[in-house]
Design a binder for this molecule. Structure first.
Ligand SMILES: [Zn+2]
Length: 117
């Protein structure tokens, strides 16, 4: 089973989700699994992207203010710059995380419903 950050298809673990840094395959090239299940599917990935961005920017903000004693405005500007530079990675890994989480939760839900019957 690939990790939550793996670029591999959550179904067959062979096909790649992203073909390069930001371009996504609509379907798994190996098994044909559709990655965008429905319109608006990746809204949850936007929320994941927000939390990943905050998780990565907060240490930089705190270090720049408390360790390197930058003024708050420069520390915030640094975090904004960092977040802008990291956008391709945030985009990619938030979608990968969303696809992997959805596949695992679906698997758990199916296993739970099979036990009841
Ligand atoms: Zn696949």
């Amino acid at each position: 089973m690939p990790s939550l950050w793996s670029n591999l298809c959550p179904v067959c673990h062979q096909g790649r989700i992203f073909r390069d840094l930001v371009r996504m395959n609509p379907r798994c090239p190996a098994c044909g699994e559709v990655f965008e299940k429905e319109s608006g599917y990746f809204v949850g990935a936007m929320i994941a992207s927000y939390f990943l961005g905050v998780f990565l920017a907060l240490p930089v903000l705190l270090l720049s203010i408390f360790r390197f004693e930058l003024e708050a405005v420069w520390a915030i500007a640094l975090c904004i710059g960092q977040t802008l530079l990291m956008q391709p990675f945030l985009f990619r890994y938030s979608r990968i995380l969303w696809i992997q989480l959805e596949a695992r939760l679906t698997r758990v839900a199916k296993a739970g419903s099979n036990r009841k019957t």
